[in-house]
Design a protein around this ligand. Structure first.
Ligand code: CMP
Length: 140
């Protein structure tokens, strides 16, 4: 199995409820290493650029507004099959469909305010990591 890196975001609904540590514990318990992490405040324009792929979706405006509503924690997770493993730990996008024990089953408030984001493929992981982190910040 390949060692991969993936971009993770702990979203405003979770930082607001002080859940960063509890969510990080789930990543670490699953064998994912947090090799870079910072807490930042996005503007709506920055959130819009990050989620540009969803520009035509009806929830795009709401999503950008939400992502800029409080600080987020952006992080790089590393490990064997990190992209798929992180998606397993997060659970389904809609918390109503998320398996028990997953981050979204335990903490997400709705499909929009769903506590975490994770990259969905190697190409998007590389792009999303580069969106938030410089090479100098990735120390492994
Ligand atoms: P995320 O994994 O960050 O990728 C895109 C985000 O859009 C998704 O998580 C949700 O937060 C949001 N999203 C997806 N579907 C909907 C929806 N039907 N209504 C509102 N937000 C949504």
């Amino acid at each position: 199995m390949a060692i991969e890196r993936t971009l993770s975001i702990i979203k405003p609904d979770a930082t607001r409820r002080n859940l960063t540590g509890k969510i990080n514990a789930k990543f670490e318990d699953a064998g994912l290493r947090i090799i870079a992490q910072k807490r930042i405040q996005l503007t709506e324009a920055q959130a819009g650029k990050f989620y540009e792929v969803h520009k035509e979706r009806p929830f795009y405006g709401e999503l950008c507004e939400f992502m800029a509503s409080a600080p987020v924690v952006v992080q790089v997770l590393e490990g064997e099959n990190a992209i798929a493993k992180n998606r397993e730990v997060m659970g389904a996008t809609n918390p109503a469909d998320a398996a028990p024990g997953t981050v979204r089953a335990e903490f997400a408030e709705s499909v929009g305010e769903n506590s975490v984001h994770g990259s969905d493929a190697p190409e998007t992981a590389a792009e999303e990591i580069a969106f938030y982190f410089s090479g100098l910040e990735l120390v492994g």
